[in-house]
Design a binder for this molecule. Structure first.
Ligand code: FES
Ligand code: FES
Length: 168
């Protein structure tokens, strides 16, 4: 089947087998190997990407289901070499060790914070329960998510103040 899908801002048209999983399409066809596979039972979340802005486990989506959609992988997050604030927060808070769960963890965190910009620790843990990590013990991942949320709110406050100040 022919599909057209936008991945990290580039549009691709490809002939794919209907049974091809989105994660394999991303990795094997497009070379987007930042998205990884950690299980075959859809519980680890290492393969998490955004499909039309919401996080999905790309091992549980067929490539043909992404036809006409917009996919963002971890490789599409930084802008002109500047890390996405959630990527920066993971770095700052030592929220990764082997790095294998990290792409999926970051994609899930971004979705979580879009849904809930001011989560408490419990809400972060619940929000990320679809993502497994065997290295960090989660503590620093939670810290990173809370840090990113707090910085995003502070930045927003600053923009609001600047806008208000400009009007005076
Ligand atoms: S690879 Fe484990 S949930 Fe997708
Ligand atoms: S950093 Fe190794 S699995 Fe999470």
């Amino acid at each position: 089947m022919r599909i057209t899908v936008t991945v990290d801002g580039m549009t691709y048209t490809d002939e794919v087998e209907p049974r091809l999983l989105l994660v394999h399409y991303l990795r094997d066809r497009l070379g987007k190997v930042g998205t990884v596979v950690g299980c075959d039972t859809s519980n680890c979340g290492a393969c998490t990407v955004h499909l039309d802005g919401r996080s999905v486990k790309s091992c549980s989506v067929l490539a043909v289901q992404a036809d006409g959609a917009e996919v963002t992988t971890v490789e599409g997050l930084s802008r002109d070499g500047v890390l996405h604030p959630v990527q920066q927060a993971f770095h700052d808070n030592h929220a990764l060790q082997c790095g294998y769960c990290t792409p999926g963890m970051i994609m899930s965190t971004i979705d979580l914070l879009e849904e809930n910009p001011d989560p408490d620790e419990h809400e972060v843990r619940l929000g990320l329960e679809g993502n497994l990590c065997r290295c960090t013990g989660y503590q620093n991942i939670v810290r990173a998510a809370l840090d990113a949320a707090q910085k995003a709110r502070a930045a927003e406050l600053q923009t609001d103040n600047t806008t208000a100040g400009g009007g005076r």
